[in-house]
Design a protein around this ligand. Structure first.
Ligand code: NAD
Length: 328
């Protein structure tokens, strides 16, 4: 009996050794979930101190138009994070038949409400509503998503403002992992205005100004970048940030050994083994982790960090409003 258990311990130790050495050249996985938890904990402490100074408890209102299940899930996660940090929160649900004028009125009321520090309208909005008009309608000081044209403009001009949560999440992950960006080559795959454009700005801009950007040399690839060129640009990159929405777009042969690969993509696909749906990113994770130096998983990478950055933006907005740091 004893001999059998000793043998099984020896077997499992040697198997662990084999598993470890097989994986020793693999990329370090950036645990966005754990880092986000750490940040939420710190924000909770900061918020407590802020309230002890006499400030009201910061408040975030999220608006959902329609009944998209993904939007419901995203907003529910944001509300859970608010509770954890100590931010008071509310979700306003409007039917998909809501007109643009009605939505603009809801936003105007929230802009006027002194108890509300942060306002976010969960995207996408129904097709009959103009997304840009809605993003611009949120008061720039309460715009915790950072999608208002003034906040995007401030970011582009190296000025202090509210930075969109997902690019800020990527920047924070790179910094947390001590990934060198100064003078390095970075590729952003995707050119959307809410994710990839602010990402490219944060990666290339000058670190000595208010946005504390990352000083990299940046290439932006998009749907009209020929696949061969996409692969060629990616192979030159020390940092790849991909935000497209196409599973398996970034493969092992496109990644320089040791590069840092940040996967923003979220895709819901059917698992062929289980028949159940699961979330994957845009990167072929199992293959790419064999060559990359660092990699973010999906889920558990950029997603939870984005929510943590939204909390950070809400606290920042509340502080700016309390100390009357409004810019003219
Ligand atoms: P989007 O649809 O607005 O933009 C997609 C971009 O991909 C476009 O700019 C397009 O030019 C580019 N593209 C399409 N096909 C391409 C190809 N073959 N090669 C290169 N580029 C190509 O999407 P988005 O809002 O920027 O979001 C991108 C992805 O990131 C989605 O999967 C979305 O769900 C996810 N997302 C994740 C988070 C998060 O917190 N993790 C936040 C926002 C978005």
């Amino acid at each position: 009996m004893l001999r059998r258990s000793l043998r099984s311990i020896a077997f499992s130790a040697s198997r662990n050794y084999v598993v470890k050495s097989l994986y020793s050249n693999m990329a370090q996985i950036i645990d966005g979930k754990a880092i986000a938890q750490e940040i939420r904990f710190q924000l909770g402490k900061e918020l407590k101190q802020f309230v002890e100074e006499g400030a009201p408890v910061p408040h975030l209102t999220a608006v959902i138009v329609g009944d998209d299940p993904a939007s419901e899930k995203y907003v529910a996660n944001k509300m859970i994070a608010c509770r954890e940090v100590g931010i008071s929160s509310e979700t306003k649900r409007l039917p998909s038949s809501t007109t643009q004028e009605e939505l603009l009125q809801v936003i105007a009321d929230l802009n006027q409400d002194p108890r509300v520090n942060g306002v976010l309208v969960q995207l996408p909005v129904p097709e009959h509503i103009n997304e840009r008009t809605i993003c611009n309608a949120v008061n720039v000081d309460k715009d915790v998503d950072g999608f208002n044209e003034l906040n995007i403009g401030r970011l582009a001009l190296d000025m202090d403002g509210i930075i969109p949560a997902t690019p800020l999440a990527v920047k924070t992950l790179l910094e947390h992992q001590n990934i060198e960006t100064h003078g390095r080559n970075a590729v952003v795959v995707g050119r959307s205005k809410n994710v990839s454009l602010p990402m490219a700005i944060l990666l290339h801009a000058d670190g000595k100004y208010a946005t504390k950007a990352l000083d990299a040399t940046v290439t932006i690839c998009h749907r009209y970048t020929p696949p061969k060129e996409l692969a060629r640009y990616c192979r030159q990159a020390d940092i790849i940030v991909v935000a497209v929405g196409k599973p398996g777009l970034i493969t092992k042969d496109m990644v320089k050994p040791g590069a840092c690969v940040i996967d923003v993509g979220i895709n819901r696909i059917k698992d062929e083994n289980t028949g159940k749906f699961k979330l994957v990113g845009d990167v072929d994770f199992e293959e790419v982790r064999q060559v990359a130096g660092h990699i973010t998983p999906v889920p558990g990478g950029v997603g939870p960090m984005t929510v943590a950055m939204l909390m950070q933006n809400t606290l920042k907005a509340a502080k700016n409003q309390f100390y009357d740091r409004k810019s003219s």
